[in-house]
Every structure is written in structure tokens, then in C-alpha cells.
Design a protein around this ligand. Sequence first.
Ligand code: PGA
Length: 254
Amino acid sequence: MLILCNWKLNGRKNMLSKFFIELNNLCIKFRVKSDISISPPIIYLSQLYEILKNINSKIIIASQDVDIHTKGAFTGETSIYMLKDFNVKYVIVGHSERRTNHFENNKIVACKFKIVKKNGLTPVLCIGEYFKENFNKSKIFIKNQIDSIFIEVGEKAFRNSIIAYEPIWAIGSGISADPNYVNDIHNFIKSYICEKDVFFKKNNVIVQYGGSISKENVYNFISKKYIDGILVGGASLEVKTLFPIIKIVEKFLE
Ligand code: PGA
């Protein structure tokens, strides 16, 4: 099971070593089998790469974003080639905070998804509705987000890819979505993708849940049939809040 952590605009140079050494030691001590991946702000990727290399850690590096261009006159952007230089495996695309604060529409998100795949990294496509809607309205919204990926990348787009279902109202609010509702949405996402990509098995479509995950609620999500893993924001900023979540996942997998 993948536990993907999104630090957003948090973390500082002087806390990285301590954080990762502590987390890595705990992972070794408790023989953690889940995949733990962390996406710090992009400026810290190279430092993270060095730290993980020095301690021979299995923690996986993720990026919060990537540009749609690989090089050239694009001030402030980060290329997929640069992410590859630092052993990044997962690239989050279309996080709701990028969509809202940086006006990334479905087309731009699909181009990012495409460039990640083309370069052999794994895109983590964030999707989810803005407001607490009824199930049918959410489905229409999500279907539209998924369709834009199919249009840009083709019917096999979601092979070797990850979807993170994150209802926007549940992000950073402390109010997570109802796990049964999330399970139904995940089931819909998997079925819909397999309707389009007919030879793709529903079991192989990976859908994570994100939105106010904590040690108190994580079991209710991961124990559901169609929830394959989690995306953790706020609770991943300190080892003392993240590791209890990892331990609950590990216990569940035993
Ligand atoms: P949160 O963030 O866990 O703080 O709600 C999740 C996310 O935005 O990925």
C-alpha cells in the first residue's frame, strides 16, 4: 500500500535530516512494508535525494508538480528531466491547490500527466469535487476530469498511474469524507476507467484517498474494498503524527 505525503509549502532545510533519519529508523525498527513517499517543496528535492542516499533509505521521493515543458524560457518552472535527476518516482499533478491558485485547467493537468508518463515516472492525478455534493453530481464532475486525461493521453492513460480522489472540501479542513461514500466513488472511478480501457482490470486501477487523513480516521478508509492507499497532507509534517498512521496501515496489512 502506498502512503503518499504532500508537504505543500511546508518544511525547512534545517529540519529535513532529522525528519528523514527519524522516519527511516522507525520504518526499519517496525519493518514497514508499505511504500512511503514524500513530496517536499521542489527546492528541497536535491537535499532529500542526498539524505536518503546517505542513509540507504527505501523512502520514495515524490514531486508536488512539474511543468508541461521540458526546457526553455519558462521562468520559475521545474522540468521532468530535473525531477529525474533526483530519483523522483511519483509526480502529483492537478492538486486542487494548483488548479485553484495557479489556474491549472483540465487541459494543463492532462499535459502534465502526459509528460510524466512519457518520461517513465508515475503521475498521481488529483481529482475531486469542490463542494459536498450528492453522489451523482460528484460523479459527473470527476468523470469530466478523467475524460480530459483520456483525450490527451489515450485509452491506456491510467496504466501505471495513480489517481488520488480528494474532495476539495475535505482537504485541510479536518473534516474527512464519509469512507462509504469515498468507497463508492472509487468503485465508480475504477469501473469508468475500465469501461474506456476494456483490457485493463479493475483491480489494477489504483485510487488513493486524500483529505484530512489522521491516525483517528485512517483505518476507516484503508479497510474499504476500493481504497488502495492514502494521500496525507497536514499529518505528514511531523514524524509524531505521520508514523502512527503508517503503523495503523501496517497493522491492517498484517
Ligand atoms: P490534508 O491534505 O491531509 O491536509 O487534508 C491532503 C492533500 O491536500 O493532499
